[in-house]
Design a protein around this ligand. Structure first.
Ligand SMILES: NC(=O)c1ccc[n+]([C@@H]2O[C@H](COP(=O)([O-])OP(=O)(O)OC[C@H]3O[C@@H](n4cnc5c(N)ncnc54)[C@H](OP(=O)(O)O)[C@@H]3O)[C@@H](O)[C@H]2O)c1
Length: 221
């Protein structure tokens, strides 16, 4: 039977390209979106729409739509990116980033945990901007906080889920040419997705809880 991957934030950018990659590898792909793009609709994937990952009721709806479906891989990819500093502050944006980037991946994982069987994997698409050791330039207060919080929570998940034989990995995609960064970046979303699938293939119970760049380097906390 084909393996089943569930991907959030799947309508564009890295998430859309992860859908492509996993279809090409023969997976059954469930794409979770607020609203499906034409590019996503053109793929041979199952689409679950009207899911805002930061909305508790939407995650209950997601859970019921996936009830009884075994999941081999959950990729928490949806994210938002803003920039705040003391000189240019936006607390609403900070709260939104915490809700979408840090709390939502945990809420989604919690909602779907009974569908994740032995040897399933959870991939968190985080950012090296969540690394405190790597912060050499400052700014981006909310984004950095949110990804650092996601990293902290994911290591706890990795410990807790080891008994269930579920591995949890934290993956920085690279600086990727998507809408999030106004299509700047030094690699394409296709390349990022290809690298991420390789890194996710390498994730196992022994290295669970690790934090990697999609190029394979281990990142500092
Ligand atoms: N691009 C980079 O250089 C880079 C670097 C490091 C980490 N990342 C991470 O990579 C992941 C994917 O980003 P991307 O570059 O592909 O950005 P993107 O093109 O902006 O895509 C972001 C995706 O997240 C979804 N999303 C945002 N808020 C959501 C919400 N509340 N509920 C449901 N879906 C939501 C968006 O859906 P809508 O279309 O509905 O808005 C979109 O599908 C993010 O976690 C990001 O932090 C990206």
């Amino acid at each position: 039977m084909a393996k089943h991957v569930v991907i959030t934030g799947a309508n564009r950018g890295i998430g859309l390209n992860l859908c492509h990659q996993y279809r090409a590898k023969g997976y059954h792909v469930t794409a979770v979106v607020r609203q499906a793009s034409e590019e996503l609709k053109a793929l041979d994937v199952t689409i679950i729409s009207n899911i805002d990952v930061a909305n508790e009721g939407d995650i209950v709806a997601l859970q019921s739509q996936l009830h009884g479906h075994k999941i081999d891989l959950l990729i928490n990819n949806a994210g938002v990116f803003h920039n705040e500093s003391i000189a240019d502050m936006d607390f609403a944006a900070i709260n939104q980033q915490l809700a979408v980037n840090a709390v939502a991946p945990i809420r989604v994982t919690h909602a779907l945990i009974h569908s994740l069987g032995i040897d399933a994997k959870v991939a968190m698409i985080t950012s090296r901007m969540g690394s405190i050791a790597d912060n050499g330039s400052g700014g981006y207060i909310g984004y950095r906080m949110s990804k650092a919080a996601l990293n902290a929570a994911s290591v706890s998940l990795a410990h807790e889920l080891k008994d269930k034989k579920i591995a949890v990995g934290l993956f920085h995609p690279g600086f990727v040419q998507t809408q999030m960064v106004n299509f700047a970046g030094d690699i394409s979303p296709e390349q990022a997705a290809e690298r991420l699938t390789q890194r996710i293939d390498e994730l196992n119970l022994e290295n669970s809880g690790g934090f990697w760049h999609s190029n394979g380097e281990t990142l500092p906390w």
